[in-house]
Design a binder for this molecule. Structure first.
Ligand code: NAI
Ligand code: MG
Length: 478
């Protein structure tokens, strides 16, 4: 017997969205000269007008950040800095529901995820770094605790508030000031965060938020007054930034794409593994740089896993992101949907077998049914390129050595997963895999104390934990 859930929509009345926003520079709101729409990708409703930051806006923000660095922030004791971070963390918790609803409206992710993952992890990141602020000399990661100065931070749209927290919290804890640019499709929670900075009484100019697109990001990257760039986004833009900074003294950390291998050994606990596979690729619509987007199954259990996986995928609830029962929300933008469609069409054209869950998709907005491809070879584009959507490519292996060879056969190296009941399998495989984060019998688990980052084209440097602090202190590796 099938029980249907009744709709359980979260109220959107808890958020107040202004019809138009400016930039947050030197603690004040500054009008933009031109604007673009931010829409709800689940309905295509226009939520607000966002300012398109110009080189002059970026220049004003950099000057404010420099002034704040020289006059207030670097003069404060580290204990006082820590208090501001604690205050920000507590306000984020107090306003958690508002942040969660706003994130879901602007990004399209299910409220269950923004409420239970994005917002609590963002607050946790500020709490964690608040604790570090006055203990940097004990961090043991560096010979100096001097901050860089003014840090330019450019973030993507998949975890808008969380990526802001990953960037801003360590920068402030180590005594830097910040010019941050959110992604063009998801600026609203960063603008709400600006209000939190005001509410916390953060000195003017310590955090500046300039909204805009790639041209605004480029103005930040190329501004001579910036001492360090921290970027999360596509490998393509990461390479552009690396080239632009090569002849300068600016420090750089990059967190880029991935094509994570999720390896299932023949002895794995199948039901738990199926849950882990689903979480690995369908969490956040697959808009996850460390997603387990390549499933690598031992042949002996491949049929059983695929059968159970399909049965499970048919139960994934796709639809209204504000409904508390929803598992899979909207694709973030028309551009991203087009990219997913293009790559999945290439998968079919190259001969892989396509299977999509049997679900009804809403007519407005941007949607893609959870999909798997079987019979994928290593040469297929869907095995090599980041799809960044709810699409899983399935490969198989006979020997453990073959699994590792396939897993490492990628220009990326961000994440990997191993499913096995045998500790020796797990220990052996983790030593062979070239990936920054490796999960065993779980996937997509995050904690502020745990460093995150990649090998090869997945990026440079680490974020989170003690390792992440060093990226914001002078004298550390780039
Ligand atoms: P993107 O890399 O263009 O955008 C990320 C951020 O960089 C945004 O804030 C954007 O405004 C900014 N940006 C764009 N061009 C820039 C430039 N020349 N200089 C400085 N900043 C610039 O990513 P996009 O176009 O949104 O997505 C394309 C693909 O990238 C996705 O399909 C996905 O495969 C990958 N991606 C990976 C992410 C990750 O977390 N690893 C996050 C977002 C996208
Ligand atoms: Mg782009």
């Amino acid at each position: 017997m099938n029980f249907e859930y009744a709709a359980a929509p979260e109220s959107r009345s808890v958020v107040k969205i202004d019809p138009v926003y400016g930039h947050f520079i030197n603690g004040k709101w500054v009008n933009g000269s031109s604007h673009f729409n931010s829409i709800n990708p689940a309905t295509e409703e226009v939520l607000s007008q966002i300012a398109l930051g110009t080189a002059a806006d970026v220049d004003a923000a950099v000057k404010a950040a420099r002034n704040a660095f020289d006059k207030s922030w670097s003069k404060l004791s580290s204990r006082e800095r820590g208090k501001y971070l604690f205050r920000i963390a507590r306000i984020m918790q107090e306003r958690a529901r508002e942040f969660a609803v706003l994130e879901t409206l602007d990004n399209g992710k299910p409220i269950r995820e923004s409420r239970d993952v994005d917002v609590p992890l963002s607050a946790a990141h500020f709490f964690y770094h608040a604790g570090w602020a006055d203990k940097l000399e004990y961090a043991g990661v560096d010979t100096t605790t001097a901050p860089h100065g003014v840090v330019g931070q450019i973030i993507p749209w998949n975890f808008p508030l969380l990526m802001l927290a990953w960037k801003v919290a360590p920068a402030l804890a180590t005594g830097n000031t910040v010019v941050l640019k959110p992604a063009e499709t998801t600026s609203l929670t960063a603008l709400l965060f600006a209000q939190v900075c005001q509410q916390a009484g953060l000195p003017d100019g310590v955090v500046n938020i300039v909204t805009g697109d790639g041209s605004t990001g480029s103005a930040i990257v190329n501004h001579p007054g910036i001492d360090k760039i921290a970027f999360t986004g596509s490998t393509e833009v990461g390479k552009l930034i690396a080239r632009a900074l090569a002849p300068t003294n600016k420090s750089l950390t990059l967190e880029l794409g991935g094509k994570g291998a999720n390896i299932v050994f023949g002895d794995a606990a199948i039901d738990e593994t199926v849950e882990g596979i689903v979480n690995g690729i369908f969490f956040n619509q697959g808009h996850v740089c460390c997603a387990g987007s390549r499933l690598i199954l031992q042949e002996s259990i491949a049929d059983e896993v695929l059968e159970k996986l399909k049965r499970r995928m048919d139960k994934i609830r796709v639809g209204d992101p504000l409904d508390k029962n929803t598992d899979l929300g909207a694709i973030n933008s028309a551009e991203q949907l087009a990219k997913i469609r293009e790559l999945t069409a290439a998968g079919e054209a190259e001969g892989a077998g396509r299977w999509s869950a049997n679900c009804e998709l809403p007519t407005n907005g941007f949607w893609f049914a959870p999909t798997i491809f079987t019979g994928v070879t290593q040469a297929h584009r869907i095995a090599r390129e980041e799809i960044f959507g709810p699409v899983l490519s399935v490969l198989t292996f006979r020997t453990p050595a073959e699994a590792i060879e396939k897993a490492n056969n990628t220009p990326f190296g961000l994440s990997a997963g191993i499913w096995s009941e045998k500790g020796s399998n797990i220990l052996w495989a983790t030593q062979q895999l070239r990936a920054g984060v490796i999960w065993a019998n779980t996937f997509n688990k995050f904690d502020p104390a745990s460093p995150f980052g990649g090998y090869k084209e997945s990026g440079w440097g680490r974020e989170g934990g003690r390792h992440g602090l060093s990226a914001y202190l002078k004298g550390s590796a780039k």
